[in-house]
Write a protein that binds this ligand. Sequence first.
Ligand code: SDX
Length: 395
Amino acid sequence: SSPCGEIAHGLEDVLIKTTSISDIDGERGILWYRGYRIEDLARNSTYEEVAYLLLYGKLPTRGELDEFTSRLAKNRDLNPATVEVLKNLAYAHPMFAAEAAIATEGAFDDDNRKLSESLRTGKYGDEEKALAYRIAEKLVAKMATIVAYHYRLSRGLEPVRPREDLPHAANFLYLMFGKMPERLAVRGLDLYLILHADHEVPASTLAAQVVASTLSDLYSSIAAAVAALKGPLHGGANEAVVRTYLEIGDPSRAKSIVEAATKPGGPKLMGVGHRVYKAYDPRARILKDFARDYMTKYGDRDNLFAIAVAIEQEVLSLPYFRQRRLYPNVDFWSGIVLYYLGIPYEYYTPLFAVSRVVGWVAHILEYWDNNRIFRPRACYVGPHDLKYVPINERA
Ligand code: SDX
Protein backbone atom coordinates (compact mmCIF):
# COMPACT_ATOMS: atom_id res chain seq x y z
CA SER A 1 0.00 0.00 0.00
CA SER A 2 1.06 3.67 0.02
CA PRO A 3 0.43 6.98 1.87
CA CYS A 4 -2.60 7.34 -0.39
CA GLY A 5 -3.98 3.86 0.42
CA GLU A 6 -4.22 0.58 -1.52
CA ILE A 7 -2.50 0.52 -4.96
CA ALA A 8 -4.18 -1.83 -7.48
CA HIS A 9 -0.89 -3.19 -8.89
CA GLY A 10 -1.49 -4.28 -12.50
CA LEU A 11 -5.13 -3.24 -11.91
CA GLU A 12 -5.65 -6.63 -10.21
CA ASP A 13 -9.37 -7.12 -9.45
CA VAL A 14 -10.26 -3.57 -10.62
CA LEU A 15 -13.58 -3.46 -12.51
CA ILE A 16 -13.39 -1.00 -15.44
CA LYS A 17 -16.94 -1.51 -16.84
CA THR A 18 -19.90 -3.88 -16.97
CA THR A 19 -19.88 -6.24 -19.97
CA SER A 20 -22.16 -8.82 -21.56
CA ILE A 21 -19.62 -10.04 -24.13
CA SER A 22 -17.84 -12.76 -22.13
CA ASP A 23 -17.55 -13.99 -18.57
CA ILE A 24 -14.90 -16.05 -16.77
CA ASP A 25 -15.39 -18.10 -13.62
CA GLY A 26 -11.74 -18.29 -12.51
CA GLU A 27 -12.45 -20.55 -9.53
CA ARG A 28 -14.28 -23.23 -11.52
CA GLY A 29 -12.48 -22.68 -14.86
CA ILE A 30 -15.53 -21.74 -16.94
CA LEU A 31 -15.72 -19.35 -19.93
CA TRP A 32 -18.92 -18.04 -21.56
CA TYR A 33 -19.26 -15.96 -24.77
CA ARG A 34 -22.56 -14.01 -24.58
CA GLY A 35 -23.86 -16.63 -22.14
CA TYR A 36 -22.88 -19.72 -24.18
CA ARG A 37 -20.29 -22.09 -22.67
CA ILE A 38 -17.08 -22.26 -24.67
CA GLU A 39 -17.35 -26.07 -24.84
CA ASP A 40 -20.69 -25.85 -26.69
CA LEU A 41 -19.35 -23.28 -29.14
CA ALA A 42 -16.11 -25.26 -29.70
CA ARG A 43 -18.13 -28.39 -30.46
CA ASN A 44 -20.90 -26.87 -32.62
CA SER A 45 -19.90 -23.46 -33.96
CA THR A 46 -17.46 -21.82 -36.40
CA TYR A 47 -15.29 -18.73 -36.07
CA GLU A 48 -17.65 -16.72 -38.29
CA GLU A 49 -20.67 -17.65 -36.15
CA VAL A 50 -18.77 -16.85 -32.91
CA ALA A 51 -17.56 -13.53 -34.36
CA TYR A 52 -21.19 -12.63 -35.21
CA LEU A 53 -22.29 -13.67 -31.69
CA LEU A 54 -19.59 -11.53 -30.03
CA LEU A 55 -20.25 -8.48 -32.24
CA TYR A 56 -24.07 -8.56 -32.42
CA GLY A 57 -24.94 -10.31 -29.14
CA LYS A 58 -26.93 -13.25 -30.51
CA LEU A 59 -26.46 -16.42 -32.57
CA PRO A 60 -27.26 -15.52 -36.23
CA THR A 61 -30.05 -17.06 -38.29
CA ARG A 62 -28.87 -18.95 -41.38
CA GLY A 63 -29.55 -15.83 -43.50
CA GLU A 64 -27.72 -13.48 -41.12
CA LEU A 65 -24.71 -15.80 -41.01
CA ASP A 66 -24.56 -16.14 -44.81
CA GLU A 67 -24.69 -12.35 -45.26
CA PHE A 68 -22.06 -11.78 -42.53
CA THR A 69 -19.76 -14.44 -43.99
CA SER A 70 -20.12 -12.93 -47.44
CA ARG A 71 -19.34 -9.40 -46.14
CA LEU A 72 -16.21 -10.73 -44.42
CA ALA A 73 -15.13 -12.56 -47.58
CA LYS A 74 -15.58 -9.40 -49.68
CA ASN A 75 -13.48 -7.34 -47.26
CA ARG A 76 -10.34 -9.49 -47.16
CA ASP A 77 -8.26 -7.45 -49.63
CA LEU A 78 -5.66 -4.94 -48.42
CA ASN A 79 -4.83 -1.47 -49.62
CA PRO A 80 -1.65 -1.49 -51.81
CA ALA A 81 0.02 0.79 -49.19
CA THR A 82 -0.51 -1.91 -46.60
CA VAL A 83 1.04 -4.57 -48.83
CA GLU A 84 4.06 -2.24 -49.26
CA VAL A 85 4.42 -2.04 -45.45
CA LEU A 86 4.31 -5.83 -45.25
CA LYS A 87 6.97 -6.06 -47.95
CA ASN A 88 9.22 -3.63 -46.06
CA LEU A 89 8.71 -5.60 -42.83
CA ALA A 90 8.99 -9.03 -44.45
CA TYR A 91 12.03 -9.93 -42.35
CA ALA A 92 10.69 -8.54 -39.07
CA HIS A 93 8.70 -10.59 -36.55
CA PRO A 94 5.12 -10.75 -37.88
CA MET A 95 3.76 -8.99 -34.79
CA PHE A 96 5.70 -5.83 -35.78
CA ALA A 97 4.24 -6.20 -39.27
CA ALA A 98 0.67 -6.74 -38.01
CA GLU A 99 0.86 -3.64 -35.81
CA ALA A 100 2.20 -1.42 -38.64
CA ALA A 101 -0.05 -2.94 -41.31
CA ILE A 102 -3.34 -2.55 -39.43
CA ALA A 103 -2.53 1.11 -38.67
CA THR A 104 -1.63 1.70 -42.33
CA GLU A 105 -4.85 0.03 -43.51
CA GLY A 106 -6.75 2.41 -41.25
CA ALA A 107 -5.01 5.45 -42.68
CA PHE A 108 -6.41 4.54 -46.13
CA ASP A 109 -9.88 3.36 -45.10
CA ASP A 110 -12.52 5.98 -46.09
CA ASP A 111 -15.02 4.65 -43.54
CA ASN A 112 -12.38 5.09 -40.85
CA ARG A 113 -11.67 8.66 -41.95
CA LYS A 114 -15.39 9.47 -42.05
CA LEU A 115 -15.98 8.05 -38.56
CA SER A 116 -12.98 9.93 -37.18
CA GLU A 117 -14.44 13.17 -38.57
CA SER A 118 -17.77 12.52 -36.83
CA LEU A 119 -16.09 11.59 -33.56
CA ARG A 120 -14.04 14.78 -33.75
CA THR A 121 -17.34 16.73 -33.71
CA GLY A 122 -18.57 14.56 -30.81
CA LYS A 123 -21.16 12.90 -33.04
CA TYR A 124 -21.82 9.18 -32.45
CA GLY A 125 -25.41 8.48 -33.54
CA ASP A 126 -26.99 5.49 -35.33
CA GLU A 127 -25.23 6.34 -38.62
CA GLU A 128 -21.82 6.54 -36.95
CA LYS A 129 -22.51 3.33 -35.03
CA ALA A 130 -23.37 1.51 -38.28
CA LEU A 131 -20.09 2.82 -39.74
CA ALA A 132 -18.23 1.52 -36.66
CA TYR A 133 -19.72 -1.97 -37.10
CA ARG A 134 -18.79 -1.92 -40.79
CA ILE A 135 -15.20 -1.09 -39.84
CA ALA A 136 -15.29 -3.80 -37.15
CA GLU A 137 -16.14 -6.41 -39.79
CA LYS A 138 -13.31 -5.17 -42.03
CA LEU A 139 -10.86 -5.50 -39.13
CA VAL A 140 -11.93 -9.13 -38.62
CA ALA A 141 -11.58 -9.87 -42.35
CA LYS A 142 -8.26 -8.10 -42.91
CA MET A 143 -6.22 -9.23 -39.88
CA ALA A 144 -6.11 -12.73 -41.36
CA THR A 145 -4.94 -11.44 -44.75
CA ILE A 146 -2.23 -9.30 -43.11
CA VAL A 147 -0.75 -12.28 -41.23
CA ALA A 148 -0.93 -14.69 -44.19
CA TYR A 149 0.57 -12.11 -46.60
CA HIS A 150 3.45 -11.53 -44.19
CA TYR A 151 4.14 -15.26 -44.09
CA ARG A 152 4.32 -15.41 -47.93
CA LEU A 153 6.50 -12.28 -48.23
CA SER A 154 8.82 -13.39 -45.39
CA ARG A 155 9.52 -16.58 -47.36
CA GLY A 156 10.07 -14.65 -50.61
CA LEU A 157 6.77 -15.96 -51.99
CA GLU A 158 4.14 -13.96 -53.89
CA PRO A 159 1.00 -13.34 -51.79
CA VAL A 160 -1.98 -15.45 -52.87
CA ARG A 161 -5.26 -13.56 -53.51
CA PRO A 162 -7.97 -14.28 -50.88
CA ARG A 163 -10.80 -16.55 -52.13
CA GLU A 164 -14.37 -15.41 -51.48
CA ASP A 165 -15.71 -18.97 -51.57
CA LEU A 166 -13.66 -20.19 -48.56
CA PRO A 167 -14.61 -19.78 -44.88
CA HIS A 168 -12.25 -17.80 -42.66
CA ALA A 169 -10.02 -20.60 -41.36
CA ALA A 170 -9.82 -22.42 -44.71
CA ASN A 171 -9.06 -19.17 -46.53
CA PHE A 172 -6.23 -18.38 -44.08
CA LEU A 173 -4.54 -21.74 -44.68
CA TYR A 174 -5.09 -21.32 -48.44
CA LEU A 175 -3.47 -17.83 -48.28
CA MET A 176 -0.51 -19.22 -46.32
CA PHE A 177 0.26 -22.38 -48.25
CA GLY A 178 -1.25 -21.56 -51.64
CA LYS A 179 -3.23 -24.77 -51.82
CA MET A 180 -6.51 -26.16 -50.52
CA PRO A 181 -6.04 -27.21 -46.88
CA GLU A 182 -7.04 -30.65 -45.60
CA ARG A 183 -10.19 -30.92 -43.49
CA LEU A 184 -8.68 -31.68 -40.07
CA ALA A 185 -6.26 -28.76 -40.41
CA VAL A 186 -9.18 -26.42 -41.14
CA ARG A 187 -11.03 -27.82 -38.11
CA GLY A 188 -7.92 -27.31 -35.95
CA LEU A 189 -7.45 -23.69 -37.00
CA ASP A 190 -11.17 -22.91 -36.71
CA LEU A 191 -11.12 -24.35 -33.18
CA TYR A 192 -8.06 -22.21 -32.34
CA LEU A 193 -9.85 -19.11 -33.66
CA ILE A 194 -13.06 -19.89 -31.72
CA LEU A 195 -11.15 -20.41 -28.47
CA HIS A 196 -9.13 -17.17 -28.67
CA ALA A 197 -11.96 -14.88 -29.80
CA ASP A 198 -12.59 -13.12 -26.49
CA HIS A 199 -11.63 -13.27 -22.84
CA GLU A 200 -13.13 -10.27 -20.97
CA VAL A 201 -10.50 -7.52 -20.39
CA PRO A 202 -6.90 -8.83 -20.49
CA ALA A 203 -4.04 -6.39 -21.17
CA SER A 204 -4.58 -6.23 -24.95
CA THR A 205 -8.32 -5.58 -24.67
CA LEU A 206 -7.64 -2.94 -22.03
CA ALA A 207 -5.10 -1.30 -24.37
CA ALA A 208 -7.66 -1.27 -27.19
CA GLN A 209 -10.24 0.39 -24.96
CA VAL A 210 -7.81 2.94 -23.49
CA VAL A 211 -6.87 4.17 -26.98
CA ALA A 212 -10.49 4.12 -28.20
CA SER A 213 -11.65 6.01 -25.10
CA THR A 214 -9.81 9.12 -26.38
CA LEU A 215 -11.96 8.77 -29.59
CA SER A 216 -8.88 7.75 -31.55
CA ASP A 217 -9.83 5.52 -34.49
CA LEU A 218 -10.66 1.81 -34.41
CA TYR A 219 -7.64 0.71 -36.49
CA SER A 220 -5.21 2.56 -34.18
CA SER A 221 -6.94 1.02 -31.15
CA ILE A 222 -6.40 -2.45 -32.64
CA ALA A 223 -2.73 -1.61 -33.38
CA ALA A 224 -2.31 -0.83 -29.66
CA ALA A 225 -3.94 -4.15 -28.76
CA VAL A 226 -1.55 -6.00 -31.10
CA ALA A 227 1.38 -4.26 -29.41
CA ALA A 228 0.15 -5.39 -25.97
CA LEU A 229 -0.56 -8.96 -27.13
CA LYS A 230 3.02 -9.34 -28.39
CA GLY A 231 4.58 -9.71 -24.92
CA PRO A 232 5.53 -13.19 -23.65
CA LEU A 233 3.45 -12.70 -20.50
CA HIS A 234 0.34 -12.41 -22.69
CA GLY A 235 -0.11 -13.53 -26.30
CA GLY A 236 3.57 -14.25 -26.87
CA ALA A 237 3.42 -17.24 -24.51
CA ASN A 238 2.21 -19.72 -27.16
CA GLU A 239 5.31 -19.16 -29.29
CA ALA A 240 7.54 -19.33 -26.17
CA VAL A 241 5.95 -22.64 -25.11
CA VAL A 242 6.69 -24.44 -28.38
CA ARG A 243 10.22 -23.01 -28.57
CA THR A 244 10.81 -24.36 -25.06
CA TYR A 245 9.41 -27.81 -25.98
CA LEU A 246 11.60 -27.95 -29.11
CA GLU A 247 14.66 -27.05 -27.00
CA ILE A 248 13.77 -29.68 -24.37
CA GLY A 249 13.43 -32.28 -27.14
CA ASP A 250 12.93 -35.19 -24.75
CA PRO A 251 10.15 -35.82 -22.15
CA SER A 252 12.75 -37.04 -19.62
CA ARG A 253 14.15 -33.47 -19.41
CA ALA A 254 10.75 -32.00 -18.45
CA LYS A 255 11.27 -32.38 -14.69
CA SER A 256 14.42 -30.18 -14.58
CA ILE A 257 12.78 -27.46 -16.69
CA VAL A 258 9.72 -27.33 -14.44
CA GLU A 259 11.79 -27.32 -11.27
CA ALA A 260 13.84 -24.36 -12.57
CA ALA A 261 10.60 -22.36 -12.71
CA THR A 262 9.97 -22.95 -9.01
CA LYS A 263 13.20 -21.28 -7.89
CA PRO A 264 12.84 -17.67 -6.63
CA GLY A 265 13.46 -15.36 -9.60
CA GLY A 266 13.55 -18.42 -11.87
CA PRO A 267 12.19 -18.26 -15.45
CA LYS A 268 8.40 -18.45 -15.46
CA LEU A 269 7.06 -21.58 -17.10
CA MET A 270 5.31 -20.31 -20.24
CA GLY A 271 1.74 -21.52 -20.73
CA VAL A 272 1.19 -21.89 -16.98
CA GLY A 273 -0.62 -19.65 -14.54
CA HIS A 274 -3.27 -16.99 -15.06
CA ARG A 275 -4.46 -13.82 -13.34
CA VAL A 276 -8.08 -15.04 -13.34
CA TYR A 277 -8.09 -18.84 -13.76
CA LYS A 278 -7.15 -20.63 -10.53
CA ALA A 279 -8.19 -23.89 -12.22
CA TYR A 280 -7.35 -25.62 -15.51
CA ASP A 281 -8.11 -23.18 -18.40
CA PRO A 282 -11.18 -24.67 -20.17
CA ARG A 283 -9.72 -23.59 -23.54
CA ALA A 284 -6.53 -25.52 -22.83
CA ARG A 285 -8.54 -28.67 -22.15
CA ILE A 286 -10.29 -28.45 -25.53
CA LEU A 287 -7.01 -27.81 -27.40
CA LYS A 288 -5.32 -30.72 -25.59
CA ASP A 289 -8.12 -33.04 -26.77
CA PHE A 290 -7.71 -31.84 -30.37
CA ALA A 291 -3.92 -32.21 -30.18
CA ARG A 292 -4.35 -35.77 -28.90
CA ASP A 293 -6.78 -36.64 -31.73
CA TYR A 294 -4.46 -35.12 -34.34
CA MET A 295 -1.39 -36.84 -32.88
CA THR A 296 -3.22 -40.17 -32.75
CA LYS A 297 -3.98 -39.87 -36.43
CA TYR A 298 -0.75 -38.31 -37.75
CA GLY A 299 1.86 -39.04 -35.05
CA ASP A 300 3.49 -36.88 -32.39
CA ARG A 301 5.75 -34.58 -34.45
CA ASP A 302 8.97 -33.88 -32.56
CA ASN A 303 7.56 -35.50 -29.41
CA LEU A 304 5.75 -32.27 -28.50
CA PHE A 305 2.66 -33.98 -27.07
CA ALA A 306 4.77 -36.34 -24.95
CA ILE A 307 6.90 -33.42 -23.68
CA ALA A 308 3.81 -31.34 -22.88
CA VAL A 309 2.21 -34.24 -20.98
CA ALA A 310 5.43 -34.73 -18.97
CA ILE A 311 5.54 -31.02 -18.08
CA GLU A 312 1.84 -30.94 -17.26
CA GLN A 313 2.24 -33.89 -14.87
CA GLU A 314 4.98 -32.01 -13.01
CA VAL A 315 2.92 -28.80 -12.83
CA LEU A 316 -0.15 -30.64 -11.55
CA SER A 317 1.83 -32.51 -8.89
CA LEU A 318 4.52 -30.11 -7.54
CA PRO A 319 3.48 -28.25 -4.35
CA TYR A 320 4.92 -24.97 -5.72
CA PHE A 321 2.24 -24.89 -8.42
CA ARG A 322 -0.55 -26.39 -6.38
CA GLN A 323 -0.09 -23.92 -3.53
CA ARG A 324 -0.25 -21.00 -5.98
CA ARG A 325 -3.11 -22.61 -7.94
CA LEU A 326 -1.09 -22.48 -11.16
CA TYR A 327 -2.48 -24.60 -14.02
CA PRO A 328 -1.92 -24.86 -17.78
CA ASN A 329 -3.52 -21.94 -19.62
CA VAL A 330 -4.66 -21.67 -23.23
CA ASP A 331 -1.07 -21.16 -24.44
CA PHE A 332 0.10 -24.46 -22.98
CA TRP A 333 -1.57 -26.52 -25.77
CA SER A 334 -2.45 -23.96 -28.46
CA GLY A 335 1.03 -23.85 -30.00
CA ILE A 336 1.19 -27.63 -30.36
CA VAL A 337 -2.01 -27.63 -32.42
CA LEU A 338 -0.59 -24.98 -34.78
CA TYR A 339 2.76 -26.78 -34.92
CA TYR A 340 0.96 -29.93 -36.08
CA LEU A 341 -0.69 -27.84 -38.82
CA GLY A 342 2.74 -26.88 -40.10
CA ILE A 343 2.47 -23.24 -39.04
CA PRO A 344 5.84 -21.72 -37.95
CA TYR A 345 5.89 -20.65 -34.28
CA GLU A 346 6.45 -16.94 -35.02
CA TYR A 347 2.88 -16.95 -36.44
CA TYR A 348 1.18 -18.29 -33.29
CA THR A 349 0.76 -14.89 -31.60
CA PRO A 350 -0.30 -13.21 -34.87
CA LEU A 351 -2.97 -15.93 -35.17
CA PHE A 352 -4.03 -15.10 -31.63
CA ALA A 353 -4.56 -11.52 -32.93
CA VAL A 354 -6.40 -12.85 -36.03
CA SER A 355 -8.91 -14.37 -33.63
CA ARG A 356 -9.00 -11.82 -30.80
CA VAL A 357 -9.47 -8.83 -33.12
CA VAL A 358 -13.22 -9.52 -32.92
CA GLY A 359 -13.15 -9.47 -29.10
CA TRP A 360 -11.08 -6.30 -29.05
CA VAL A 361 -13.43 -4.41 -31.37
CA ALA A 362 -16.57 -5.80 -29.66
CA HIS A 363 -15.33 -4.44 -26.33
CA ILE A 364 -14.51 -1.05 -27.89
CA LEU A 365 -18.01 -0.77 -29.39
CA GLU A 366 -19.53 -1.79 -26.06
CA TYR A 367 -17.40 0.80 -24.24
CA TRP A 368 -18.29 3.55 -26.76
CA ASP A 369 -21.95 3.10 -25.76
CA ASN A 370 -20.97 4.70 -22.44
CA ASN A 371 -17.57 6.17 -23.21
CA ARG A 372 -15.40 7.78 -20.55
CA ILE A 373 -11.74 8.53 -21.20
CA PHE A 374 -9.40 6.34 -19.12
CA ARG A 375 -7.48 8.54 -16.70
CA PRO A 376 -6.42 6.73 -13.50
CA ARG A 377 -4.20 8.36 -10.87
CA ALA A 378 -0.81 7.51 -9.39
CA CYS A 379 0.08 8.08 -5.74
CA TYR A 380 2.93 10.61 -5.68
CA VAL A 381 5.57 9.72 -3.07
CA GLY A 382 8.36 12.15 -4.11
CA PRO A 383 9.29 15.61 -2.63
CA HIS A 384 7.56 18.97 -3.38
CA ASP A 385 8.71 22.64 -3.79
CA LEU A 386 12.47 21.97 -4.06
CA LYS A 387 14.67 25.10 -4.63
CA TYR A 388 16.14 25.28 -8.20
CA VAL A 389 20.01 25.32 -8.02
CA PRO A 390 21.98 26.78 -11.00
CA ILE A 391 24.13 24.08 -12.65
CA ASN A 392 27.52 25.55 -11.68
CA GLU A 393 26.45 25.42 -8.02
CA ARG A 394 25.55 21.75 -8.13
CA ALA A 395 27.81 19.17 -6.48
C1 SDX B 1 -2.87 -15.18 -21.82
O1 SDX B 1 -5.62 -12.32 -18.99
C2 SDX B 1 -5.99 -13.09 -19.92
O2 SDX B 1 -7.14 -13.49 -20.03
C3 SDX B 1 -4.92 -13.50 -20.90
C4 SDX B 1 -5.32 -14.62 -21.83
C5 SDX B 1 -6.35 -14.15 -22.82
O3 SDX B 1 -7.11 -14.99 -23.30
O4 SDX B 1 -6.30 -12.95 -23.18
O5 SDX B 1 -5.85 -15.70 -21.10
C6 SDX B 1 -4.12 -15.12 -22.64
O6 SDX B 1 -2.13 -14.23 -21.81
C7 SDX B 1 -2.59 -16.39 -20.97
C8 SDX B 1 -1.33 -16.22 -20.08
C9 SDX B 1 -0.10 -16.46 -20.96
N1 SDX B 1 1.14 -16.14 -20.21
C10 SDX B 1 1.97 -17.10 -19.78
O7 SDX B 1 1.75 -18.30 -19.88
C11 SDX B 1 3.25 -16.59 -19.14
C12 SDX B 1 3.54 -17.35 -17.86
N2 SDX B 1 2.53 -16.97 -16.87
C13 SDX B 1 2.91 -15.98 -15.86
O8 SDX B 1 3.74 -14.98 -16.37
C14 SDX B 1 1.71 -15.50 -15.04
O9 SDX B 1 1.07 -16.60 -14.59
C15 SDX B 1 0.70 -14.56 -15.67
C16 SDX B 1 1.35 -13.37 -16.29
C17 SDX B 1 -0.12 -15.26 -16.71
C18 SDX B 1 -0.23 -14.09 -14.55
O10 SDX B 1 0.51 -13.31 -13.73
P1 SDX B 1 0.00 -12.75 -12.32
O11 SDX B 1 -1.47 -12.91 -12.15
O12 SDX B 1 0.58 -11.38 -12.17
O13 SDX B 1 0.62 -13.79 -11.35
P2 SDX B 1 1.81 -13.49 -10.33
O14 SDX B 1 3.04 -13.06 -11.07
O15 SDX B 1 1.27 -12.60 -9.25
O16 SDX B 1 2.08 -14.96 -9.76
C19 SDX B 1 1.70 -15.37 -8.46
C20 SDX B 1 2.81 -16.33 -8.03
C21 SDX B 1 4.20 -15.70 -8.07
O17 SDX B 1 4.97 -16.42 -7.14
P3 SDX B 1 5.26 -15.76 -5.66
O18 SDX B 1 5.80 -14.35 -5.89
O19 SDX B 1 3.88 -15.76 -4.98
O20 SDX B 1 6.25 -16.70 -5.00
O21 SDX B 1 2.87 -17.45 -8.96
C22 SDX B 1 4.14 -17.45 -9.59
C23 SDX B 1 4.72 -16.05 -9.43
O22 SDX B 1 6.13 -16.10 -9.46
N3 SDX B 1 3.93 -17.77 -11.00
C24 SDX B 1 4.70 -18.58 -11.72
C25 SDX B 1 4.12 -18.62 -13.00
N4 SDX B 1 3.04 -17.84 -13.03
C26 SDX B 1 2.92 -17.30 -11.78
N5 SDX B 1 5.83 -19.29 -11.41
C27 SDX B 1 6.38 -20.05 -12.39
N6 SDX B 1 5.87 -20.12 -13.65
C28 SDX B 1 4.74 -19.42 -13.99
N7 SDX B 1 4.26 -19.50 -15.22
